[in-house]
Design a protein around this ligand. Structure first.
Ligand SMILES: Cc1ncc(COP(=O)(O)O)c(C=O)c1O
Length: 434
């Protein structure tokens, strides 16, 4: 028996099946843009640990920072005393943040959902208002609080009963919704539905905040129509509620800017960060406008491990590498090449649908050529076939391949990954039936 098969068997035996996987691979080592399985086979990583490993696997500067910090101080807890890496990471993040957040204050916790929940608590506490708006198709995490906002797939809520109350889900201008012919029309229609809710069911003066991903990740890599985010910000200003930008996935350079809101020149009242901010360690952050952060009373929130110094050093090293190696510029260039290659393939491979996204946050729709509809029932098999062909990736939305390699990926590596994927799409039943 191969070592991978043995490990897989142990997994099936010991791990609850709710921990679903999109490949049957085992990973024992990572280096740069590659992962290696228990039998020494090499895979190109287009998943980056779900948009986390921005500077690739085991980048020497991250490894060095983590090693040094582990030898010095692993944990003491921010509620007991001040740890320099905690302070330094927040100083660095706010120096990169847009607008007034540059003078803001923040806090560190352990994962994206926990940071979303902290932001929602801060918004409710400091505004004294009870309601939070989130969007259909949005994803903000799975614990019961964050899950109350998540609306990307109803299966996440199945059989759970009541979640956090006081959440209003607004319509997102998703491409398949028949609320307008053009993206702009859909954007305007979604805003107009929200305004109608303000008149009929949702008193705007009760709204503490809206939580929004600048680009929907898990929901299907959806880039908002022109004018939609600007209109949402305008409503927030008009009715005095806060805007919480959930940049857990879009942040830290993935879209070609430190934060995706910069593409629209928008300044949120709070920025929620996770994934890449910890350089592969569990870490997340909330940065808020100074007066909002200062209004949250001492002790009202906390976390034992949040801002663990080893994780902070991994995050700091990641930010340094992104700057030093010009990785945001690379994300833009390589992302555009990947996009072009998929767009060119659309004419010859009928299962290749629309490609969307910014920088190296890309989504490729896979279609059933017989119907032209999303290939939802085949997508998991396609992911497995891709992994067997040598490229690891995940899905989002109904049947969208999520292309999110480490930002260090070269053009050549990206091109070989695209070729492998197109080969899979051409060779699977999805394309063959056309
Ligand atoms: C936009 C967004 N918010 C929140 C989360 C939740 O993060 P975590 O899984 O670290 O709790 C995710 C995870 O994919 C995400 O994409």
């Amino acid at each position: 028996m191969h070592q991978s098969d043995a490990l897989l068997h142990r997994f099936e035996e010991a791990v609850a099946p709710v921990i679903d996987r999109c490949t049957d691979l085992t990973f024992v080592r990572g280096e740069g843009v590659h992962l290696y399985d228990a039998d020494g086979r090499k895979y190109l990583d287009f998943a980056s640990g779900i948009a986390t490993m921005a500077v690739g696997h085991c980048h020497p500067r991250v490894v060095e920072a983590v090693t040094e910090q582990s030898r010095t101080l692993m944990h003491a807890a921010a509620h007991i005393g001040v740890m320099e890496p905690y302070v330094r990471l927040l100083e660095k993040l706010r120096s990169l943040a847009p607008g007034a957040l540059r003078f803001g204050k923040g806090l560190l916790v352990n994962g994206g959902a926990e940071a979303v929940e902290a932001a929602v608590k801060m918004a409710r506490y400091t505004t004294g208002r009870p309601i939070v708006i989130a969007f259909h198709h949005g994803f903000h995490g799975r614990p019961m609080g964050a899950l109350a906002l998540t609306a990307s797939n109803s299966k996440y809520r199945r059989r759970l009963g009541g979640l956090l109350g006081g959440v209003y889900h607004a319509v997102y201008p998703a491409p398949r919704l028949e609320i307008g012919r053009t993206p702009e029309e859909r954007g305007r229609a979604a805003l107009s539905l929200l305004e109608d809710a303000f008149r009929t069911v949702l008193p705007p003066e009760d709204v503490a905040a809206v939580v929004v991903e600048p680009i929907l990740g898990e929901g299907g890599c959806m880039v908002p129509p022109p004018g939609f985010l600007e209109g949402l910000w305008a409503l927030a200003r008009r009715f005095g509620f806060l805007v919480i930008a959930d940049e857990v996935q879009t942040g830290i350079g993935r879209t070609g800017r430190w934060f995706a809101v910069e593409h629209w020149g928008l300044e949120p009242d709070m920025l929620v960060l996770g994934k890449a901010v910890g350089g592969g360690m569990p870490l997340s952050a909330v940065i808020a406008r100074r007066e909002i952060a200062d209004a949250w009373d001492p002790g009202a929130h906390g976390s034992t491990f949040g801002g663990n110094p080893v994780a902070c050093r991994a995050g700091l090293a990641t930010l340094e590498v992104i700057e030093a190696e010009g990785l945001m510029e690379r994300a833009v260039e390589v992302g555009a090449e990947i996009r072009r290659a998929f767009e060119a393939a659309r004419t010859r491979i009928p299962s290749v649908g629309e490609v969307r996204g910014l920088g190296l946050m890309l989504g490729l729709d896979v279609l059933d050529p017989n119907t032209g509809l999303p290939a939802s029932s085949q997508i998991m098999e396609i992911l497995k076939a891709a992994s067997r062909a040598g490229v690891v990736l995940t899905k989002c939305g109904e049947a969208t391949l999520r292309i999110g390699p480490p930002l260090i990926i070269t053009r050549e590596q990206a091109a070989s990954g695209v070729e492998m994927l197109l080969g899979v799409l051409q060779g699977t039943g999805v394309a063959a039936r056309a």
